[in-house]
Ligand binder design. Structure first.
Ligand code: SAM
Length: 335
């Protein structure tokens, strides 16, 4: 014993230590109770040192890099039968839809993608001649919204594999999903590959087909391939029809783009890759592969849509978007 020979000194110190410990526990409990319990954060979401929420787009499909967006509020987080679905409000990009960790739509920049995917093929059809169009994927409804701007189209089919994406987009992404309210729209919830097979069996052809699929991991994995392109070629009206396919990023997926281009060249007389500038897709770039028996780089249409209704696409942009940087040109089309 070292405390001045007092027999109770050790007991005193132990009691003091015990009381101090109890005090710390009570203080921590009080602090803990004051804070709301942190609900488990959705995949890809974390907090920075200031406690602010961030979404980080981490994927095997773009290994070693990730785009991050600061979240203002999580609007929805859940899992459908096929994929994880996250919808949040961001500081910079408006409302954001994420499927299986990959950004699909932000209300700030979606216009770039949706307009190119819809108006590029539509401008390769003469005014008044597009009677039936099909969207494969595209559950957010943005491509539908753009196609619905053409009064000449009598029927707009959409085949989206995930009914939850459709319903949640209708509920939380009203400016994008507005196309669903058009009476010409016919919705099919099934796999796009099987749907194309059934259209071929029924002998139904389309003047314009837009394949607005997510990346080839998850539900689109089995569809992003040569067999799908073969089916696509069979449902496109052979004389003047046009297909447009989500064509991935040339900085990241040159190999895949080359495969898609080579395969589609064996099926369509004219195939070209249009580039789209869009900040929230990986590397700020995505492509649209356009295929037809007619040339695709110069618009044929004059009229049929009010240019005032368009914010990104124009007739001038139509041709410009097929002009690729030299190194890209080489690996997309070169020997
Ligand atoms: N361009 C966007 C992108 O790359 O981020 C795609 C947006 S859109 C929301 C993609 C849609 O394709 C998703 O809603 C997804 O459910 C749907 N999809 C994926 N695989 C599909 C398939 N096999 N058949 C039909 N739709 C499919």
């Amino acid at each position: 014993m070292s405390s001045g020979g007092c027999p109770f000194a050790g007991v005193g110190i132990s009691l003091f230590a015990a009381l101090a410990g109890l005090g710390t526990i009570l203080m921590n409990t009080k602090r803990f109770m004051r804070q709301p319990l942190e609900v488990r954060l959705p995949a890809g979401v974390d907090r920075d040192e200031e406690g602010k929420l961030w979404f980080r787009e981490i994927s095997e499909f773009w290994k070693g890099q990730c785009f991050s967006i600061r979240i203002e509020k999580i609007v929805y987080s859940g899992k459908s039968q096929l994929q994880e679905i996250l919808i949040f409000d961001s500081e910079k990009y408006g409302r954001v839809l994420v499927l299986d960790g990959a950004i699909q739509v932000t209300t700030l920049d979606e216009v770039a993608y949706q307009e190119v995917m819809a108006h590029t093929p539509m401008h390769l059809i003469n005014n008044g001649e597009c009677k039936r169009a099909l969207v494969i994927g595209g559950g957010d409804g943005g491509v539908l919204r753009e196609l619905a701007k053409y009064p000449e189209i009598q029927e707009i089919y959409i085949c989206e594999i995930d009914g939850d994406v459709i319903e949640l987009s209708k509920k939380y992404l009203s400016t994008t999903s507005i196309g669903y309210s058009d009476p010409r729209v016919k919705v099919f919830v099934e796999d796009g590959f099987k749907f194309l097979q059934s259209m071929i069996n029924e002998g139904i052809l389309f003047d314009v087909v837009v394949s607005d699929l997510s990346d080839p991991i998850g539900p689109a994995e089995s569809i992003f391939n040569g067999e799908f392109l073969e089916l696509l070629a069979k449902v496109v009206e052979p004389k003047n029809g046009v297909a447009a396919l989500q064509g991935e990023c040339y900085w990241l997926h040159s190999h895949l783009i080359r495969q898609l281009v080579d395969k589609s060249k064996s099926l369509f007389k004219n195939v070209s890759y249009a580039t789209i500038a869009i900040p929230t897709y990986p590397c700020g770039q995505i492509g649209c592969l356009v295929m037809s028996s007619n040339p695709v780089t110069v618009p044929r249409r004059n009229g049929g849509v009010n240019p005032g209704d368009l914010r990104y696409y124009s007739r001038e942009l139509h041709s410009a978007q097929f002009v690729l940087p030299k190194l890209v040109e080489k690996f997309v089309y070169g020997d």
